[in-house]
Design a protein around this ligand. Structure first.
Ligand SMILES: Nc1ncnc2c1ncn2[C@@H]1O[C@H](COP(=O)(O)OP(=O)(O)OP(=O)(O)O)[C@@H](O)[C@H]1O
Length: 477
């Protein structure tokens, strides 16, 4: 084992053998937790926080090497990954370690070539039953990403159907398949599912999956090693070539040149090609026209953000695969309503509450979920606008929006108007003069009066109080 050990480092036995907790270092930490179990806890946090993909690519290979009085040393398998971790995750690692053990002040990343990752590396989710397989060249397919675990809804059904067609191995009348959608919507999942499926449907099929970034890195190192021939051969002998996140090679001219030739050869040899990007071909700036027009020959399928029903089904699907996770319907509904940005974040939020509940031994209820996800929810908090409040209040009281904004003083419009002003003050950061202006150019004292009046009335009028609670829920949904 190449160790990179330095004076003062204490080597964790389990990091070398992949067995058992690191008892050898526990004496340096306060409390009863061993360093290894703290490390497993931190790994669970990292996985939940960054999502499976980032975690698997960068963080999973990290191994605990030693813990000295105030410094934790972690080993990363290559210089490249060690640098990446130092630049992108070092501070987070340090914070997580010091949160677990106040004596830790620094985290050091060294290169550890001979390390295996520990067997107990995944405390949150048991390892999938399928054995992880390497693609002949490129990157291993993720066993969790299959068609079975992919939930289909309106947002992704075109992409899903196209993916299934490519995966069956029969004749296809489009090539390449170009899948696009913003981050975290399941493009990579679908690609891997195609890879797994095709391998079963056509035994011996050579499946190559890689990110466009990896394509570039491999290509550049092939040039450096003066061995572009074997690079070309490895790619061009694929029966199914899948290149993820092609936007990455925008502006990279020689990589694009090579990419273009690869595309051509794969397509003209009748092999299957799948490409993904975060946007449509028309919007892929910095990519050569000849590549774009090649893409347009094939089938272009978009994946849209999941709607509420799809988010709900995805959560149920994920929970089904988490043995022992007990997440109530109210929490599932809450997550599906609140985390709307993308499926990766939705999944990350779910993983996080399940991981925390295991860590602290608490059941998952709404309060617990709110607490654990406070930062995520804050970031997702939708900005409520005055327009929206006005529209929803007018709807609720079945009056015309123009009446709500008018100078009419009749009670049936005056009271809803006051309620709307009250909600505008409460649910938006706008100032009183600002709100007044948006309500037909009224003075700020009018708004102040409305807010006060509603507060007073609410205390005695349970019907009004219930109206306001309902309206708040409707507006803040
Ligand atoms: N329809 C779905 N059913 C089940 N899981 C899904 C679905 N869509 C996305 N996911 C999950 O969301 C996570 C993110 O998906 P994935 O990595 O495939 O996104 P992506 O579109 O490739 O993102 P990026 O553009 O950032 O690479 C994965 O864990 C994936 O399993």
């Amino acid at each position: 084992m190449t160790h990179g050990k330095q004076a003062g480092d204490r080597v964790v036995p389990s990091a070398q053998t992949g067995r058992g907790p690191a008892q050898g270092v526990s004496m340096f930490l306060s409390g009863t937790d061993s360093a290894e179990s703290i490390w497993q806890t931190i790994r669970a946090h990292l996985r939940a926080e960054y999502g499976a993909r980032t975690y698997d690519s960068w963080l999973k290979p990290l191994a605990l090497v030693s813990v000295d009085a105030d410094t934790v040393t972690l080993g990363s398998p290559t210089h490249f990954t060690a640098d990446w971790i130092r630049n992108h995750f070092a501070e987070r690692l340090r914070l997580l370690w010091s949160a677990q053990s106040a004596s830790i002040q620094a985290v050091r990343i060294i290169v550890e070539n001979g390390l295996k990752t520990t067997a107990a590396a995944e405390p949150v989710h048991p390892a999938p039953a399928t054995v992880r397989e390497e693609t002949a060249f490129g990157v291993a397919l993720e066993p969790r990403y299959t068609f079975d675990s992919f939930v289909v809804g309106k947002a992704n059904e075109l992409a899903y159907n196209a993916a299934r067609t490519v995966a069956e191995g029969g004749p296809i009348d489009f090539n390449p398949l170009f899948l696009y959608g913003t981050t975290g919507l399941g493009k990579t999942h679908l690609m891997h599912a195609i890879g797994w499926h095709l391998r079963n449907a056509v035994p011996g099929a050579k499946v190559v999956y890689m990110s466009a970034e990896k394509f570039m890195v491999e290509f550049v190192s092939a040039i450096r090693d003066k061995d572009t021939l074997s690079f070309k051969q490895k790619l061009r002998t694929a029966d199914l070539l899948m290149i993820d996140d092609v936007q990455f090679i925008a502006g990279k001219d020689s990589t694009q040149e090579e990419f273009f030739h690869t595309m051509n050869e794969i397509i003209s040899a009748g092999k299957r090609l799948i490409i993904t990007a975060d946007r449509s071909p028309q919007n892929l700036e910095g990519i050569e026209n000849r590549i774009l027009s090649r893409l347009a020959w094939g089938l272009v399928a978009d994946i849209n953000p999941a709607d509420y029903e799809l988010r709900l089904s995805i959560l149920l699907e994920k929970i089904k695969r988490m043995p022992g996770a007990n997440v109530g319907e109210d929490v599932i509904d809450f997550l599906a309503r609140k985390i709307t940005s993308n499926v990766r974040e939705l999944e990350g939020a779910l993983n996080r509450i399940v991981a925390y509940s295991t860590l602290v031994g608490k059941p998952i209820d709404l309060d617990f979920a709110r607490q654990v996800l406070a930062d995520v929810l804050k970031a997702h908090d939708r900005k409520v606008t005055i327009d929206e409040i006005q529209r929803k209040v007018a709807d609720y009281y079945a009056i015309k929006l123009s009446d709500l904004l008018s100078a009419r003083r009749a009670r049936e419009v005056a009271r809803p108007r006051q309620v709307a002003m009250f909600l505008a003050k409460r649910l938006t950061p706008r100032s009183l003069p600002d709100i007044g202006r948006r309500f037909g150019g009224r003075d700020h004292t009018t708004v102040m009066h409305a807010v006060k009046r509603i507060e007073e009335l609410r205390a005695d009028d349970s019907e009004l109080d219930a109206d306001i609670t309902r309206l708040t829920r409707i507006i803040d949904a």
